[in-house]
Design a protein around this ligand. Sequence first.
Ligand code: GLA
Length: 340
Amino acid sequence: MNPTFHSVPALKELFAADFKIGAAVNPTTIRTQKALLAYHFNSLTAENEMKFVSVHPKEQTYTFEDADRLVNFAREHGMAMRGHTLVWHNQTSDWLFQDRQGAAVSKEVLFGRLREHIHTIVGRYKNEIYAWDVVNEVIADEGEALLRTSKWTEIAGPEFIAKAFEYAHEADPQALLFYNDYNESNPLKRDKIYTLVHSLLEQGVPIHGIGLQAHWNLYDPSLDEIKAAIEKYASLGLQLQLTELDISMFRFDDRRTDLTAPEPAMLEQQAERYEAVFRLLLEYRDDISGVTFWGAADDYTWLDNFPVRGRKNWPFLFDAQHQPKAAYHRVAALAAEQRA
Ligand code: GLA
């Protein structure tokens, strides 16, 4: 018989001396994955429930029920909570950028609204949320431009980034404030993220960490690229967290849809990959304060529909029945070996 998730050592205990072990959750998974979460994880992130459009759909309307539910779950289980996310180009309500006639607001109005939003949400969870992803994904993936074009840059230029960190710091001076992005190990994007954060630090902006989303797959990015990214970011003197880790079974441009279960070779490859990744994370444990998976077990992952609609994926350490996979066993053995 295979061991069940509660007959093996808890991930959070195995890495207690190294970093927090987190999972992204939503109101469904805190029910369907409750026992698994409580046993293995000591940090949570709201998958969608704290994003702008979720908490602030209309100018005078805040909707905190779902976010509160997740925060209460974390409190009841003695878990840390990360906040995600204050400024993003996606899942942000249109009203924020418009006046009543639908024309773009001025920079001053936008900043006033942003400040009010940040003070309200960061203030509300001041005692529960220890770290915030303040700004998410503003770097352009390709080309020369540093920032992606968005409503934020169109109305306010680059200044919204510093403002968001300043407002968050005012609202909760204790909170650790992160810049968070994906493709963070790609050398071109890595250097741009470094440039942005370096300039924020030079301006005296209150920023304390960089979130490496770490939406990776069996093949990419290479370990050398991950290592180089960690070293470059750590050279800024900030703490690092993996904020959205998953290891997809498919290359990003792989369109195959024929599998209904992972092939044994894939599971083995994933186990090797997770072991190698965690070996690297342990090497940089002094710089890394948290490792959060973008989910907890293979029964629920955003990758089930992205980027190929309807295709299932199996990116985690626990399978769809919440049982530990080969990847869990390799990571656990590695942790035990480190402690020995
Ligand atoms: C980005 C965001 C997350 C989430 C994922 C996809 O990484 O930061 O909040 O939306 O995309 O699920």
